[in-house]
Design a protein around this ligand. Sequence first.
Ligand SMILES: [Mg+2]
Ligand SMILES: [Zn+2]
Length: 188
Amino acid sequence: MSRHAVFLDRDGTLVEEAGYLDRLERLVFFPYTVDAVRVLNHAGFAVVVITNQAGVARGIVEEAFVGEAHRHISERLEAGGARIDAFYYCPHYKSGTVEPYVRDCDCRKPEAGLLRRAQADLDLDLARSFMVGDRWHDVGAGCAAGTRTVLLRSGVGRREEAAPPPGLAPDAVADTLIDAAAWILQHA
Ligand SMILES: [Mg+2]
Ligand SMILES: [Zn+2]
C-alpha cells in the first residue's frame, strides 16, 4: 500500500530562515526540529523535504552546497534518531542569472512538481499526506498536489498569515513544526 507522507519546507520550517543559506554555520535547527521529525517517523509517515533553492539560479549557492547542507541536516537528525526519507529542491528561477537554471519550471513551489516526483519515486498517497511550510507557496503546492496543508508561524509565517492570498486556505495554522506534527497525528 502507498505510504502517507509529510512534506516539509526547509527554510523557516525545518531550520531557521536565513535569507539565502550559503554557509553551513548559518544552518540553525530549531530546538524542536529533531523531535518533530522523529515523531513523524514513528507515526509511519515518509518525511520528505520540498524546498525552493532559487539561490542556485541566482548564483548565490551551487547545487553541490545544497547537497552538502542536506547531508548536514540528515546527519544531525540521525544523531537524534530522526530521519528525512528524501530531499527534493528546485534550483530554477526565471529571473536568475546562471544557465541552465534560468527558466520557468513545474517544480518551483507553488507548483506541485516536486511533490509529484516524490509521489512517483516513493509510492506516496498524496490524499493522505500533508504539506507543512511557512509561506503561502507551501500551502499552494500542497493544495495543487491534493494534500492537506499546515501554515506555520515560524520563519516568515506570521507575516504570511497576516496577508492571505485570495482563494487559498490551509487546513490548519500552527506556531511551529512540533505543533504541526501534533495536529497531523490527530488528523491522520
Ligand atoms: Mg520557508
Ligand atoms: Zn524548478
